[in-house]
Design a protein around this ligand. Structure first.
Ligand code: SAM
Length: 272
């Protein structure tokens, strides 16, 4: 029998949430179904009930499923145009602003490419301004993710050739080791720290934050969850802070009147 009923799906996702604390209920069904189907195919299993049994007997398969559900695809300077806009419109405004410490939060940072890219932009700005001696005390970048394994990779601060597809040559030459494992320079690495945080279950890290980057994460959540997170981000931002979303994400519901676009195309917003 090829039973892919809604009831079977509901039972399986409730089980995953119970067993692994992964809040399936807040993710889009379509996305979960697609990811679970990939793992079921890999195991040659045709019903949700049978797959639940596999999970009970094989913790390695459970880890693979969680890996598939979290979708960790990322890149350094992913969508360079967005980073160009952050470099022009966000970094100088924050650097010249009143904050004693500029708090940057990369929420859903996967293996660290995003927080390291942001820290690099601040380093480059401080270097050009001849103010490098002030940088370490002034800028703190926090990368957080639900996936502990991605965070272990993030802490290492090393990258593969494919991670550089969107990275301009000058930034690569200045900030990364020339040979594998292409480590990020220590001057940037020390600006960044990592924490495991579940955006659905944990409060935002203590702020106020001057830049919250939550890119290519909200897209996997259902609409009401996205709206709840926009509220949280709004409350966590400093009045002169910025929110950056992914290229295919946008503000929904009340958030549309609570943020103003700084650069609509690059999905950069300010709280109102
Ligand atoms: C596609 S990656 C995005 C990485 C990076 N922001 C970028 O745009 O390149 C999505 C990340 O969101 C994380 N994620 C998914 N659900 C989460 C949750 N509830 N709390 C925190 N992170 C979550 C995943 O583990 C994954 O690392």
């Amino acid at each position: 029998m090829n039973d892919l009923s809604d009831a079977g799906f509901a039972e399986l996702t409730a089980k995953i949430s119970r067993d692994r604390g992964f809040g399936c209920a807040s993710y889009k069904d379509k996305c979960l179904r697609r990811r679970i189907a990939v793992r079921m195919r890999a195991r040659g299993v045709h019903t949700y009930t049978d797959y639940a049994r596999v999970l009970d007997n094989d913790q390695a398969e459970y880890d693979k499923l969680l890996d598939a559900l979290t979708i960790n695809v990322t890149k350094l300077f992913r969508n360079w145009d967005t980073y160009g806009a952050i470099a022009d419109k966000v970094v100088p405004a924050l650097w010249d602003g009143p904050a004693t410490t500029i708090h940057v939060w990369s929420a859903g940072c996967s293996s660290g490419e995003e927080p390291y890219s942001l820290a690099t932009l601040f380093h480059r700005h401080a270097e050009r301004a001849g103010a490098l001696s002030r940088l370490a005390g002034r800028v703190q970048v926090l990368g957080s993710d639900i996936d502990a394994r991605s965070l272990v990779a993030a802490q290492a601060g090393t990258f593969e050739e494919g991670d550089f597809a969107d990275t301009p040559d000058d930034l690569r030459a200045r900030y990364f080791a020339p040979a594998a494992p292409f480590a990020i320079t220590a001057e940037v690495k020390r600006l960044v720290r990592f924490e495991r945080r579940d955006l659905l279950a944990d409060a935002p890290p203590p702020g106020p934050h001057h830049l919250i980057c939550c890119r290519n994460v909200l897209i996997y959540f259902d609409r009401s969850t996205q709206e709840r997170l926009f509220d949280r981000f709004h409350a966590a931002l400093a009045p002169d802070g910025f929110l950056v979303l992914g290229k295919v994400e946008t503000l929904l519901g009340a958030a549309r009147t609570r943020f103003a676009a700084v650069d609509g195309r690059e999905r950069i917003f300010k709280p109102l």
